[in-house]
Write a protein that binds this ligand. Sequence first.
Ligand code: TYD
Length: 210
Amino acid sequence: MSGQGLFIAFEGGDGAGKSTQVRLLAAALESLGREVVVTRQPGGTPLGAEIRDLVLHGNHVSPRAEALLFAADKAHHVDQLIRPAMDRGAVVVTDRYTDSSVAYQGAGRDLGAVEVHDLQMWAVDSLVPDLTVIVDISAEEGRSRRGEVHDRLESEADTFHEAIRHHFLAMAQGSPERYLVVDGTLPSDEIHAAVMGRLTSSGLLDGGAA
Ligand code: TYD
């Protein structure tokens, strides 16, 4: 399903520390001789950057429009950046992917997890990560880490963020072979070690060195 490359997604609540883990993993994989493409959603392409501005920093966006904008970002992103990178054998590491939409728009916005999942799968032409790492933190911890500056979604109430957290955990429980859940309150080097341990033990790093 994923060509010759490897596709790893980091998911979790706002303030969970995903971006640090993305950086640590990219550096570790590069030192193993792999080509690594780091990206984030929404964003990662010029069109994606415009969608990101509209959906995170613009005025009110109605929930269905929000779901469609996030889906449009992913459709373009997969087609323009992720698939081509995987086709040439690279490891793609993304900060957020389709599970963010299922959790934020499906559960957080009450649009229905199944409907949003189906929309997302259509958008990405069914490209599923080889591994999704959920960096898990409570809504309260996330809020205190984010400080005073909030985008449109971050400024939602703790109940919204708790619903999202539980949705991420439920997705991981439903498909344990495709997920790793790590405690986001652990030191970042321990989280990174857990991610590397899982990639090694599952054989996902075998045979792909440049
Ligand atoms: P993120 O890039 O993690 O924000 P930051 O750079 O501020 O840490 O994510 C942006 C926000 O977009 C985040 O609140 C989650 C939300 N989001 C969705 O609601 N649906 C999606 O499909 C994606 C990818 C993100």
